[in-house]
Design a protein around this ligand. Structure first.
Ligand code: IDP
Ligand code: MG
Length: 150
């Protein structure tokens, strides 16, 4: 069982796509174990995207992710990190496969609607940045055996 951090970015919130994006992860079978609406401040943005510091898109990226409210979610499931990334699609919406969130709602890399952790270490780091342990719930859904053999 894995956990991953998803951010519904400010462009998606402004465009009224919160429900649509949550629904895609939910229908895929991933379990929401944490969720909140928040505004990311500059310090948090810089820590979250520290790996990109120095790249040409870093400053615009910090401005983008702090530009309005976001929804952050912790999703849980078997292979949740990779499955969430495939549900999102490629970083550049212009290259993402149809049927993915980024392809279905986006056209360019600087407005790609959604963030998802890219590996187990990143997921642990990012979940810790955005959630207190007490905000991550443990529960089972009646549908879980119908989503996964376990
Ligand atoms: P990811 O979000 O698919 O993991 P990363 O390479 O980690 O992609 O980049 C983080 C974010 O930085 C992207 O989601 C996108 O918002 C932004 N970004 C990445 N590359 C570019 C670029 O070349 N131009 C503008 N923004 C970019
Ligand atoms: Mg990344």
């Amino acid at each position: 069982m894995e956990r991953t951090l998803i951010i519904i970015k400010p462009d998606a919130v402004q465009r009224g796509l919160i429900g649509e994006i949550i629904a895609r992860f939910e229908r895929r079978g991933l379990r929401i174990v944490g969720m909140k609406l928040m505004q990311i401040d500059e310090a948090l943005a810089r820590r979250h995207y520290a790996v990109h510091e120095g790249k040409p898109f870093y400053e615009p990226l910090v401005a983008y992710i702090t530009s309005g409210p976001v929804v952050v979610m912790a999703l849980e499931g078997k292979d949740a990190i990779a499955i969430a990334r495939r549900t999102m699609g490629a970083t550049n919406p212009a290259e993402a496969l149809p049927g993915t969130i980024r392809a279905d709602f986006g056209i360019e890399i600087g407005r790609n609607l959604v963030h998802g952790s890219d590996g187990p270490e990143t997921a642990a780091f990012e979940l810790d940045l955005f959630f207190e342990e007490s905000e991550l719930l443990r529960y089972e859904r009646a549908i879980d055996p119908w989503v996964s053999e376990g």
